[in-house]
Design a protein around this ligand. Structure first.
Ligand SMILES: [Fe+2]
Length: 159
């Protein structure tokens, strides 16, 4: 569990905002089903993938910040905002690494980038399940706007 997940988990648990039993069930299902970011132990694929993944988490936490503000939960909005700013820093760091790869090894980087775009960026938790909702990740990503944003990024990259 990363720092952002831990903070959100503690906030949700401490304030009884969600059904923690369902959260823990979904975590266990996620561990059991694993993740497939399609990076094949290739660090170039890993850095390219992570640049997009960090952007998506920045966007989702940013959108959640807006929603929690809208519903008047300023404490939770502050937590989401802190996590969003962390994710932005992560995106910046990984993007700088990819930029450097394009500088020092442009041929391999552009071929790897094209490979990643063909495979598409699947969020690591796209296999998320809570034992009840077969479309849990899709429903979640629709609410927080991640799927739309990743699709938009992919369109921008194509053009
Ligand atoms: Fe991150």
């Amino acid at each position: 569990m990363n720092k952002g997940s831990f903070l959100m988990n503690q906030e949700a648990y401490g304030r009884k905002l969600v059904d923690m039993r369902q959260i823990e069930k979904s975590v266990q299902y996620l561990i059991g089903s694993g993740m497939d970011p399609r990076i094949e132990n290739n660090p170039y694929l890993g850095f390219i993938y992570t640049s997009f993944e960090e952007r998506a988490t920045f966007i989702s936490h940013g959108n959640t910040t807006g929603m929690t503000k809208e519903y008047g939960d300023l404490k939770l909005a502050q937590v989401c905002g802190l996590i969003a700013s962390d994710e932005k820093r992560h995106e910046t760091a990984y993007s700088k690494i990819v930029k450097k790869l394009f500088e020092v090894d442009p041929d391999r980087t552009v071929v790897t980038f094209a490979d990643m775009m063909r495979k598409k960026i699947s969020m690591p938790s796209h296999l998320m399940y809570d034992g009840q909702d077969n479309n849990l990740f899709d429903n979640y990503s629709t609410v927080v706007g991640v799927d739309c944003q990743v699709s938009k990024i992919k369109k921008e990259v194509k053009n």
